[in-house]
Design a protein around this ligand. Sequence first.
Ligand SMILES: Cc1ncc(COP(=O)(O)O)c(C=O)c1O
Length: 405
Amino acid sequence: MIPRKQLPPDVRLDTLAVREGLPASPWGENSEALFLTSSFVHPDAATAAARFANEEEAFVYTRFTNPTVTMMERRLAALEGTEACIGTSSGMAAILLLCMGLLKAGDHVICSRSVFGSTIKLLQGEFGKFGVQTTFVSQTDVSEWRDAIQPNTKLLFAETPTNPLTEVCDIQALAQIAHGAGALLAVDNCFCSPSLQKPAELGADVIIHSGTKYLDGQGRVIAGAICGPEHVINDKLVSVMRSAGMSLSPFNAWVVLKGLETLSIRMREQSRRALELAQWLEQQPQVQRVYHPSLKSHPQHELAMAQQSGQGGAVVSFIVQGDGPLARANAFAVIDATQICSITANLGDTKTTITHPSSTTHGRLTEEQRLSAGIAQGLIRVAVGLEDIEDIKADLARGLQQISA
Ligand SMILES: Cc1ncc(COP(=O)(O)O)c(C=O)c1O
């Protein structure tokens, strides 16, 4: 191993995003190596035994650890400002691992009812089957979280801003409630990434990532991660990962590792373009309402600006004119008229994506669950990429012009 230069202790986020990792291999590569190997060779049987028994630290098997995965984990932990990080095969695998590691039958979870649809399904459906009960509460009304606390509450789960309505919750207030009850606060930081928001600095215990989104940033791989203190990551989650195997592939870890190097530049630029698009949408007569945290009209604008480094993120949602079935028809017309935006449910890509949440990301929820989460049939979500924003405005104008205001 060739040690890389020792980073000074006070380097900033953009430097960590490019430099934090592991020593180079004996070849001294500048770009981090991709270790595509399932297992690692030991010099003799006694060393193998010591390594399997965790008496000697070494890479053993890629389901447990792998140098490329470890580099990604170290870099992401440095960006989030946490002691440790564990990579997972997807964002949902990260939430699964967290819940398997922290919860048992009879435990209670409090979760915002506006979180990603699969998170609701996982907590209510799958963990419900195993005797973990979840109370779903308002994203924005802190008193609902406080009132939902029970003696067996172990975890508060929040996502901020939410997908697709960009509702913001007060991380500091939720951390106080969690800690007062002896529970942990987990925050899904997928929409902001650590370049805009650092939940650990605001008191969150663990941070969830879908690396599929901004961390990769170019829509190439499925990946996930959990950042947090060593007593959670190493003591509660590593052994579950070893047994259950929701491990991150080295190839996907490498793609995310390299994606992190441009994270801040992409986030700042995509965020700026998203605000420009949101302001333009607010002027369009065929648009009923626009959701973006940087807009003064956003109900949690001030909280979002304080929590998110003064930036709104790259997701803009809006409701087109129309009642009943017409709302859905109008939303489909706008989506279908686009010639640039990709019609896909993913986000966090340099390519702008457009989706109809009610029939895609939130399609598995009941209409009642959708309505309580504010997912209207006329709602469209745009995740702004890096194309010229004037071209994206023109792309949306094509469909909007077909709707009678
Ligand atoms: C906020 C949020 N969390 C978690 C996930 C799940 O991530 P993945 O698709 O990588 O499993 C998503 C996916 O869209 C998401 O939007």
